[in-house]
Design a binder for this molecule. Structure first.
Ligand SMILES: NC(=O)c1ccc[n+]([C@@H]2O[C@H](COP(=O)([O-])OP(=O)(O)OC[C@H]3O[C@@H](n4cnc5c(N)ncnc54)[C@H](O)[C@@H]3O)[C@@H](O)[C@H]2O)c1
Length: 250
């Protein structure tokens, strides 16, 4: 069977809803045991319950990825529940407030960078030694097309996602001989509750940039993450795959 993940253990951050939940559901359907990690404790528990109702093995954990302590506990909890970590999907993220640079506060900047970039650093660091020792692992980071193109009025967000793309490439090189692969996806505008954080003009701008003329679905992102997490991508590392309806062609 293609893209099967029997017995693999996956942590998906920010998986209570949106793209993260679609990824968790897809990996679960492929046979992975999934730790649903989210700052929203009830949401994580409910999402894990949905996966179990669908026949999967899953558990939920409350974890704020901006806290190295909570990230460490998330990994420990996963090891206790499932015995290993084979796949890490760093998906948790926020857009922050959309505003031009001159109206962007220190707090706006720090909040987005702390979660979208430093959180990815904490999570990668918490699992990578375990993966290197086992000589097995796949990390998939959810970046954004804004990290390649730079969306106006979303500078903290765009910069954080550019950082995620660069972290992906650099870490992939560090572990390239350890049988650990690190890749990213760069979604364009995807229909999820994340968009509620933005003014309608910001959403219109992003939609106007999509040659396919529509928003993507969380499931369309999950399909690419699933491929990158699977052995089908065994010769793929340090890459950033667009899921953007053709917005970027590089
Ligand atoms: N929706 C889009 O158009 C789009 C486009 C490109 C990239 N992305 C990226 O995809 C990822 C998922 O986005 P989404 O649209 O599903 O968003 P969403 O807002 O629907 O879901 C985000 C999830 O992350 C969780 N979360 C928030 N802060 C957290 C924290 N500190 N620790 C752990 N979990 C936390 C939330 O509780 C929520 O369940 C994000 O990284 C986002 O930047 C989204």
């Amino acid at each position: 069977m293609f893209l099967e993940l029997p017995g693999r253990v996956a942590i998906v951050t920010g998986a209570a809803r949106g793209i993260g939940f679609a990824i968790a559901e897809r990996l679960s359907r492929a046979g992975a045991q999934v730790m649903v990690a989210d700052i929203a404790e009830d949401g994580a528990a409910a999402a894990a319950e949905r996966l179990r109702e669908g026949g999967g093995k899953a558990a939920g954990v409350a974890a704020d990825v901006t806290s190295p302590t909570e990230v460490g506990a998330m990994v420990e909890r996963t090891l206790d529940a499932f015995g290993a970590v084979d796949i890490l999907v760093n998906n948790a993220g926020i857009t922050g407030r959309d505003a031009p640079l001159w109206e962007t506060t220190d707090e706006d900047w720090e909040k987005v960078l702390d979660l979208n970039l430093t959180g990815v650093f904490y999570c990668c660091r918490a699992v990578v030694s375990h993966m290197r020792e086992r000589r097995s692992g796949a990390i998939v980071n959810v970046a954004s097309i804004s990290g390649k193109e730079g969306n106006p009025n979303m500078i903290p967000y765009s910069v954080s996602k550019a950082g995620v793309i660069c972290l992906t490439k650099a870490l992939a090189k560090e572990v390239i001989t350890d049988a650990v692969r690190v890749n990213a996806v760069a979604p364009g505008v995807i229909e999820t509750p994340l968009l509620d954080q933005l003014q309608p003009e910001a959403i219109d701008y992003m939609k106007s940039k999509v040659p396919m003329g529509r928003m993507g679905s969380p499931e369309e992102v999950a399909a690419v993450v699933h491929f990158l997490a699977s052995d089908a991508a065994s010769f793929v590392t340090g890459q950033c795959y667009d899921v953007s309806g053709g917005r970027a062609t590089y």
